[in-house]
Design a protein around this ligand. Sequence first.
Ligand SMILES: NC(=O)c1ccc[n+]([C@@H]2O[C@H](COP(=O)([O-])OP(=O)(O)OC[C@H]3O[C@@H](n4cnc5c(N)ncnc54)[C@H](O)[C@@H]3O)[C@@H](O)[C@H]2O)c1
Length: 265
Amino acid sequence: MNVSGKVALVTGGGRGIGRGISLVLAGNGADVAVADLDLTNAEAVAQEVTAAGRQSMAVSVDVRDQASVETMVQQVLERFGRVDVLVNNAGVIGAAGWEDRERPSEEDWDFIFDVNVKGIARVTDAVAPHMKERRYGKIVNIASIAGRTGSERNTPYNVSKAGVISLTQGQALEMAPYSINVNAICPGLLWTPMWGRILSRGAMTPNPEGKTQRELFEERVQSSIPLGREQTPEDIGNLVAFLASDYSKNITGQAINVSGGSHMN
Ligand SMILES: NC(=O)c1ccc[n+]([C@@H]2O[C@H](COP(=O)([O-])OP(=O)(O)OC[C@H]3O[C@@H](n4cnc5c(N)ncnc54)[C@H](O)[C@@H]3O)[C@@H](O)[C@H]2O)c1
């Protein structure tokens, strides 16, 4: 999975899966621009990339904001001169207060779509012209196994992730003439702050025995994942590195599950 000397831009790179992706790419030889809404977290991950021997920079971005996205891309191009690998990882599960709502609100729908779907479109549209000019690029969108099935309680998130899979297919067709590969990854269950929010949906998460969030998460893993183990940010990073390498040059428009067999489509 050699990505030596490639320049990668990872959105939502400041923690969780995005941090794991950034570190695996660095471990495989890439320089990494770590972009996040939370600049302090992005700076911490950028330092880890530097400590691993690669060049890095932290960039502040809100993928909901066109001007912020354009500034991010400009800053990365000024520093590194190009983007070889774009990882659209930034994503959200609900708007503020979502944990306390029985059903998702209008605000949840708008917020989730603005980040998870339109955010990917915005960032890709800002990076793609530079890739097209060089007739080279690897784009990886982070979808979810949630995009493979329906949801009783958080429909907007699942619909947004199905949207990411469809968006990936459209982008792959658009970029194919420029030799740019666009793929999606559908992660399964990963113990990140996002799962803390899911499990703190008090009334929606029956917990008569007062189990810890970690115990509830492990129960979910055991009941839904044939391989019987959770996935890690490094697992996702390993597939990103493969999709960013030339080993995958004939793979495009695909959505690949990294979920221990929970979904097989
Ligand atoms: N954790 C899981 O089990 C799981 C499973 C499947 C898919 N995913 C997806 O993986 C991705 C990462 O999830 P995670 O679990 O690491 O979540 P997380 O909440 O731990 O991290 C998300 C990161 O994205 C950043 N972010 C959020 N909104 C942003 C915005 N508007 N602009 C820029 N950055 C923004 C956050 O600051 C944070 O650093 C998401 O797209 C998520 O939907 C997660």
